[in-house]
Design a protein around this ligand. Structure first.
Ligand SMILES: Nc1ncnc2c1ncn2[C@@H]1O[C@H](COP(=O)(O)OP(=O)(O)OP(=O)(O)O)[C@@H](O)[C@H]1O
Length: 308
């Protein structure tokens, strides 16, 4: 299948010389949900703004639906809905007017039935005649999503969609994103919340210092979560791991005072019983033992550290 978005060797150097994107290559499939994770200032907003045509790339190319975003700007921009991070709406306009106006900006004929549907989907129907300034922060954020969907885009970018929203609204948004994907919309979101990526993404990309340091299927990434570590604090320190324990690929830490065994917790036979037997045969005694499980958060933190 042809990717709906293809980013090749993309670089962005801002005026003043700061390189915000460094040789980004990325393909996004139709109707997938891609979550972009990364620390503050990593380049997430710059990347999505460049794909949306709001920021000019310094070099490299981007195609959307097979068309170049610069030479085919009209078509590619029409394909895209963008929900920005900042709340930018006219305080005195009503919900209905602001959403309808956004549709008009794309030269689409008015379609009150469609606008009604999205307002209902976003639980905004009761507020359709309210002025923007009369809405809560979470509602304003939903209006931004309604605006982004007003011209029926095939691709939706959400820049930190649930920053500062309550747990209930966050769950609603996740449901909405999944429903949109089921209707064939491709979704790219940036987030600081690892549990958000875990809950809805098909793939996860990690950006650090303008570089895409990883893009992986969430399931594959999560399978790494099945890895657990058994930490054995030894009574007497070792200088090396005895040969007869080679099969367990143990790691010796803390100047030989700690042995670490990494195993797959999802397997029926973890190898722990066999390890215990071998340790006893070798006369290795331990004072204490504990297990650690890596979370997506650990994986993320270590990836970001490694990339320094
Ligand atoms: N117009 C600009 N001129 C110069 N530098 C900029 C400009 N916009 C962004 N930057 C810099 O580019 C880097 C990436 O910013 P960007 O907003 O893309 O990060 P981000 O990953 O979205 O961060 P956050 O999670 O904080 O929103 C930052 O160091 C930022 O200061």
């Amino acid at each position: 299948m042809q990717p709906i978005i293809q980013v090749s060797r993309l670089n962005k150097v801002y005026k003043g010389g700061f390189q915000a994107l460094d040789n980004i290559n990325l393909e996004i499939e139709p109707a997938e949900i891609l979550a972009l994770l990364g620390p503050n200032g990593a380049g997430k907003t710059t990347l999505i703004s460049t794909i949306c045509g709001i920021i000019d790339p310094s070099s490299g190319s981007i195609t959307v639906d097979g068309r170049d975003i610069i030479s085919g700007y009209r078509h590619t921009r029409e394909m895209i809905g963008l929900v920005p991070q900042e709340l930018t709406t006219d305080a005195f306009e009503t919900v209905w007017d602001t959403v309808s106006f956004s549709r008009g900006l794309f030269g689409k004929k008015p379609d009150p039935e469609y606008i009604e549907k999205i307002l209902k989907d976003l639980s905004l129907w009761e507020k359709k005649d309210n002025k923007m300034m009369e809405l809560s922060g979470g509602m304003k954020r939903r209006v931004l999503i309604a605006k982004a969907l007003s011209h029926e885009p095939k691709i939706l970018f959400l820049d930190e969609p649930t920053a500062g929203v309550d747990v209930e609204l966050r769950q609603d948004m996740w449901q909405l994103v999944k429903r949109l994907r089921e209707s064939g919309v491709t979704i790219i979101l940036t987030t600081h919340y690892i549990e958000e990526a875990e809950a809805i993404a098909d793939r996860i990309g990690v950006i650090k210092n303008g570089q895409l340091i990883l893009v992986e299927e969430k399931v594959a990434l999560m399978s790494k979560l099945g890895k657990k570590q058994l930490q054995l604090e030894l009574k007497q320190s070792l200088t090396t791991v005895p040969l007869e324990l080679n099969a367990f690929e143990l790691c010796l830490k803390d100047n030989g005072r700690r042995l670490v065994y990494t195993y797959d917790a999802t397997l029926e036979h973890t190898g722990i019983a066999a390890l215990m037997q071998k340790l006893s045969d070798a006369g290795i005694q331990f004072k204490d033992l504990k297990t650690d499980q890596s979370s997506l958060e650990d994986i993320f933190v270590s990836l970001v550290k490694e990339a320094k």
